[in-house]
Design a protein around this ligand. Structure first.
Ligand code: NOJ
Length: 543
């Protein structure tokens, strides 16, 4: 059932609260025009597949005009579609088709930085130091003799310094500008009111076209501590803006907090209060979801206070080790944190920035069993769940050969980067591009030779396939979980995670040996049960 014909969502609004949202990475979903890169026409053609899969909404990574240095997270024009993906009329047609099918459509908004090809940044370069044009970004003089050193010690999330020096009009080395990501992604100065006004225009532009919501990129990063002071580093700690991303949640409560003057400043919440008002002007309960890698569950919850955003990604589940106690702690901790502000959590196991969960859980048959088990446990939880294209096919992270890698972090650090989770989706056939598009041969990132058995065509209707499992799991969620009370009790019984929600008991066996199944009616499972709960398996029971 889609949210549009779901009686509960229709009466309460807040269609997003328990929605399953499918993330489309446009370059890699479906190629309509045969240039080897996915596009909006390709997505539109495949929307019925998503309806049949059983998701409620689609979140699209950026498709705006962009030089594609970070594959669209470097936006040169927020009001236009990049020719690689189509044109505005294609976006309109995609939205209309999605709505016709009962799917909501969430688009990505990238407000922390623009592309260096954005007209504002080009004007800032031309206008020179002290100009109002430069004041839209974070230009500063360098330190040390001749201003040769960056203004502070901050590091880019993609490696190296977070500052790049420009050459002034007279050819002399000039000011430095801040970029928390690639040097082609200059950070905006959100303390400048012009910036906030510009983004309200952008919101309205897409709201007027009918989008149902926005996924807000780097939502915790927009406002920096005003002094732009050095980050205070603990003894032996290296500058690393990505600390939160890599900090596994061994414990959600005992983590030592880092000094992070670039992230999660209190003033950032003013931005979302203003956006809340903007969205409230529109019908249809438009929503926002924050990508906020905050240091604690409580600071994540601040983004979803009643007058701010609708949801925040909760990365704790994704970061948790394969351990029943850790999962239980994440479930309880996440529920408690957002419960404090009257919100519901979100859950996610994979996206375009992280190693696919089959691979994180060990890869191969075991990785797949664990991934299916974790997914089924996630889908029972209150709140909204996000799934990433290809996970319903059980895709693994691909080892992309160095000559094909495109992630800016690969170029800045020489480390593998994120290309391996962005390889185009296999739809049909026995060889690349597996129906990804009409052209012969490999798409923009090469697909493995052994994906013939993983295509949608190969898996549809096969009772043991991961695709069939996802269809069943999403149907079970609608039928048995979505409308249950939101309170849950989560705990670990040895190696078994037990989550109780209303009359639903979810058991996930994280151990190496089979355990007894609790009494109750089995509603769905992530693999065969044979009267027990095998390792790396989840079952839902009505008790
Ligand atoms: C987070 C996005 O998910 C990622 O793909 C991107 O590289 C950075 N933000 C910078 O925009």
């Amino acid at each position: 059932m889609s949210p549009l014909n779901d009686p509960i969502a229709a009466t309460t609004g807040r269609w997003w609260e328990h929605a399953v949202v499918y993330q489309v990475y446009p370059r890699s979903f479906a190629d309509g025009d045969g240039d080897g890169v996915g596009d909006l026409v390709g997505i539109t053609d495949r929307l019925p597949y998503l309806r049949d899969l059983g998701v409620d909404a689609v979140w699209l990574s950026p498709f705006y005009r962009s030089p594609q240095h970070d594959h669209g997270y470097d936006v040169a024009d927020y009001h236009d579609v990049d020719p690689l993906f189509g044109e505005l009329a294609d976006a309109d047609a995609m939205l209309a088709r999605a709505h016709e099918l009962g799917l909501k459509m969430i688009v990505d908004l990238v407000p922390n930085h623009t592309s260096d090809e954005h007209r504002w940044f080009q004007a800032a370069l031309a206008a020179g130091p002290g100009s109002p044009e430069r004041a839209r970004y974070l230009f500063r003089e360098g330190r040390g003799p001749g201003g040769d050193e960056p203004p502070n010690n901050w590091a880019s999330v993609f490696g190296g310094a977070a500052w790049t020096r420009v050459e002034e009009a007279d050819g002399t080395p000039g000011q430095w500008y801040l970029h928390l990501f690639d040097s082609t992604q200059p950070d905006l100065d959100w303390r400048n009111p012009e910036v906030g006004d510009m983004f309200v225009e952008v919101l309205r532009f897409w709201l007027d076209r009918g989008v149902d919501g926005f996924r807000v990129d780097v939502a915790h990063g927009l406002v920096k501590e005003e002094s732009l002071r050095d980050q205070v580093l603990a003894e032996g700690e290296v500058p690393d803006s990505e600390s939160v991303n890599s900090a596994a949640t061994a414990s959600m409560v005992e983590r030592t907090l880092r000094d992070e003057p670039m992230w999660d400043q209190p003033e950032v919440h003013d931005v979302y209060r203003r956006w809340h008002e903007v969205l409230a002007d529109y019908d249809g309960d438009r929503m926002t979801v924050a990508e906020a890698w905050t240091q604690t569950p409580d600071s994540m919850a601040d983004f979803v206070r009643p007058d701010e955003m609708s949801q925040a990604f909760n990365f704790a589940f994704l970061l948790a080790p394969w351990d029943a106690s850790a999962f239980a702690e994440v479930v309880t901790g996440s529920m408690d944190a957002v419960g404090r502000v009257g919100a519901l959590p979100t859950w996610v196991l994979s996206n375009h920035d992280v190693v696919r969960h089959v691979t994180r859980y060990g890869g191969g048959a075991l990785g797949l069993d664990r991934a299916r088990a974790a997914t089924l446990a996630m889908l029972a939880l209150p709140g909204s769940a996000y799934v990433y294209q290809g996970e319903e096919l059980g895709l693994e992270q691909v080892d992309v050969a160095p000559e094909h890698r495109q992630d800016p972090s690969w170029f800045r650090t020489g480390e593998v980067g994120r290309d391996g989770c962005r390889v185009p989706v296999p739809w049909s056939g026995a060889a690349p591009p597996y129906g990804f598009g009409p052209a012969d041969g490999q798409p923009w990132l090469p697909q493995p030779d052994d994906w013939a058995g993983l295509t949608v065509e190969a898996q549809l209707g096969d009772p043991g396939s991961t695709l069939t499992f996802y269809q069943a799991a999403l149907a079970a969620r609608r039928e048995h979980a979505r409308d249950l009370p939101d309170a849950v009790e989560a705990g670990a019984d040895g190696d078994v995670l037990r989550v109780r929600r209303g009359d639903l008991l979810v058991v996930l066996n994280c151990g190496d040996t089979a355990v007894d199944l609790p009494a109750g009616e089995v509603l769905v499972s992530s693999g065969p049960l044979d009267g027990v709960l095998p390792p790396a398996t989840t079952a839902w029971l009505r008790v």
